[in-house]
Design a protein around this ligand. Structure first.
Ligand code: AMP
Length: 142
């Protein structure tokens, strides 16, 4: 199963922001959309990613003052991405190795979706359930 299969059911829309917005604005969007990360864009280019973990870390380090800082001050700049041709196992391994839960999908250098660890685990569970069902059907007819 590939990333494309996940995107075909969840869609390719990505919640994005820009580096000049404040950390408080990012937190508000994450809360409103009930998501864990925003991709930071500069035009079409991926300039970074900001997740709830970055915000928690910044508040722990500076107190409430972090909330009025620009996203630019706390975002991760080196963003690991994937393509939609990659397998679920491969993106799961990359998330585990990198210790992050979000992987933007790129096509031709442009943002074209995002998968979270939740999407990946859900797809993997469905796959395992389907395989078990096929096996049961096979045994029943053998
Ligand atoms: P997360 O587990 O996705 O909430 O993110 C944990 C940390 O990894 C945060 O510092 C994020 O900014 C960073 N991060 C999240 N996704 C990525 C990614 N695809 N590439 C690089 N860093 C990331």
């Amino acid at each position: 199963m590939t990333v494309a299969a996940i995107l075909s059911s969840k869609g390719r829309e990505v919640a994005t922001t820009t580096a000049a917005k404040t950390v408080a604005e990012a937190a508000a969007v994450l809360a409103r959309k009930k998501i864990g990360a925003l991709v930071v864009l500069e035009g079409d280019r991926i300039a970074g990613i900001i997740s709830e973990r970055d915000i928690v870390r910044a508040i722990a380090a500076t107190g409430g003052a972090a909330l009025t800082e620009p996203i630019d001050a706390i975002m991760t700049r080196t963003v690991v991405t994937c393509t939609d041709a990659e397998t679920i196992d491969s993106v799961m391994a990359r998330m585990t190795r990198g210790r992050f839960r979000h992987l933007p999908v790129v096509r031709g250098g442009k943002l074209d979706g995002i998968v979270s660890i939740g999407d990946v685990v859900k797809a993997r569970i469905s796959q395992v359930e389907r395989e078990a069902e096929d096996m049961r059907a096979y045994i029943a007819t053998a």
